[in-house]
Design a binder for this molecule. Structure first.
Ligand code: PMP
Length: 394
């Protein structure tokens, strides 16, 4: 058997996609003009499919900090956090994240994916149990696999199903870790965190919340869903990423657990990869300042999110019941979704089209996301493009 033979099925799917939906496979951002504008196929488009919730990729202070860092410290660290890759910026950012989240300890990782890989594979292992929401991100699943703990999925956002599983585990004298997300990346809905915290306390287990999509987005101070739900003290570990509202790349875990630092020594994804470049660390530090000092960005983001949600709902698109910066429209088959996705692109609007296995239930999603940097006129244009395609809806 040749080495690629096992991918035969995938090759067929890819060929089909190339034949019928080729544009989708070959999207290149030829030019990025701002947090909300790019050039695709030589044409300017409005970006309505990023994770740039606060628009900080083009924030002046962030760009300046990043440029200064690259001039001062070079383009990369060329080493692991464990060796030559811990620079003073990494240490300062860890302290600043701890201050922001009011936690004792923070570890900065190279990406959010690596943060989940590191934390989930290290905190629990063989003989221990992870209870995870079925809609959790791939990095969480991969971290579970790497660590070798027993993984039990509970139904998405279903505390009753979680409790059933906790009851079954009650006799087991082992560590149990519940994992949920603040805002789920594909559907844009939030975890019922207050109810999950009640269960976490009742059964005496640990709780991780991945606030990748909710940091800077939810809570009075932008600390995420745990802040909004007023349960921060009951969340044992917060995971986050710099690649969304913070507009850079990197990830972190914060906790009040006094021994969190042991993860640095026990975790392969911390030890065996190079640390984030100084430029990313510097812009993230500046972005954190912006999150703290400009709450109006969050207000702007939510105004945009509510406006688009209302317009799409009025047009008959099957969006979630609650407004969210992530607005997903579900289709049963790719042809229907592609027709809208491509129609939007023809109208100069880019949204994400998401295919299984990245979608929760095997459907195809059009995933729109809003940014504080979208002007009201841009939101109107996005909605108008959907309106001109809406006769295709049921
Ligand atoms: N967690 C969640 C919930 C995510 O959605 C993502 C990325 N989409 C990550 C972690 C990984 O973050 P990063 O892009 O920094 O690797």
């Amino acid at each position: 058997m040749a080495i690629f033979d096992k991918f035969q099925k995938l090759a067929v799917v890819r060929e089909e996609l190339e034949r019928h939906h080729g544009r989708f496979l070959n999207i290149v951002m030829e030019d990025i003009r701002s947090a909300t504008e790019a050039v695709i196929d030589g044409k300017p488009v409005i970006l309505a499919g990023t994770n740039n919730y606060l628009g900080l990729t083009f924030n002046d202070a962030c760009i300046q900090a990043s440029c200064q860092a690259v001039k001062k410290e070079g383009t990369g660290t060329t080493g692991s956090r464990m060796a030559n890759g811990t620079l003073s910026g990494h240490v300062a950012l860890e302290q600043e994240l701890s201050d922001f989240l009011d936690r004792k300890k923070t570890i900065v990782f190279s990406t959010g994916y690596v943060a989940n890989l590191a934390i989930l594979s290290t905190l629990v292992g063989p003989g221990e149990v992870i209870l995870l929401d079925g809609d959790c991100h791939a990095s969480i699943y991969d971290g579970c696999k790497l660590g070798g703990a027993e993984v039990i999925r509970f139904r998405h956002n279903n505390p009753a199903d979680l409790e059933k599983r906790l009851q079954r585990l009650a006799e087991r004298k082992t560590n149990i870790l519940i994992v949920v997300e603040g805002i789920y990346s594909m559907m844009g809905d939030r975890a019922p965190l207050a109810e999950i915290v009640v269960l976490k306390k009742k059964y005496g287990v640990n709780l991780i919340v991945d606030e990748a999509h909710s940091l800077g987005v939810l809570g009075e101070n932008g600390r995420g869903l745990a802040e909004e739900a007023k349960v921060e003290e009951d969340v044992d570990f917060v995971i986050g990423t710099f690649s969304k509202s913070l507009g850079a790349i990197g990830g972190f875990c914060s906790s009040n657990h006094p021994e969190l630092d042991l993860v640095r020594y026990a975790s392969r994804p911390y030890v065996f990869t190079a640390s984030s470049a100084s430029s990313a660390i510097a812009s993230t530090r500046a972005a954190l300042q912006v999150i703290r000092s400009q709450p109006e960005l969050r207000t702007q983001l939510w105004d945009n999110a509510r406006n688009l949600h209302r317009r799409l709902q009025d047009l008959g698109y099957k969006v979630g019941s609650e407004p969210s910066p992530i607005i997903a429209i579900r289709y049963d088959n790719i042809d229907e979704a592609y027709a809208i996705w491509n129609g939007l692109l023809e109208r100069s609007i880019y949204v994400n089209m998401v295919l299984p296995p990245a979608t929760p239930d095997g459907g195809v999603l059009l995933r729109c996301s809003l940014s504080a940097a979208h002007s009201p006129q841009q939101v109107e244009k996005i909605a108008d493009a959907f309106a001109s395609l809406s006769k295709n809806q049921d």
